[in-house]
Unconditional design. Sequence first.
Length: 186
Amino acid sequence: MIQDAFGIAIILLCYVCLAIIVFAPTLYAVWFYVVSCKIRGESRGLPRTALSVFLVNAVFAYLLLSLASQHFLPASAAENAAGATAAVQTAIASQKHFFDLHGRYYPVGPVRGPYKDEYGVAVEKNVILEVTPVPDKKRGEESFEAYAIHIWGRKVVSGNPDRGAGVSLDPEEANRIRARLFNSVK
């Protein structure tokens, strides 16, 4: 709770700083108008100038926001999810190979990347992976569950030997797994 509030406060502070940078010409024009009113009394063209500068800054801010939301943020989110998916895929391949050799699955982690073990599990930087052997009650044999998340990502990628790597978790279970993974590698 406190970590979330602190994180939101930092993000809001960054947005305020960016708004000040983007709207600096508007702030200067308004300041110039206020000072000229105090010195000379009345200024005729300055309110219109301040308003036009504000409109130009607002258009510029809109373009920056749309550029970030359409190009940079989705690409970053897809890259984060791809790193977590790759970690689960290497864990599945490694677990299958280990099972073929030894007849059982082995636990991994939770570990935070960069990580590589002697059996072939590879985890990229800032990805958290956990592999837990579990019994398969339907078939009566051993199985495993693998979970991975990128520290900047929102999606929990899960996988097992039957269905491979995927994201099909309900939101409550995903939040529980995300919290457990983050708290385990502090």
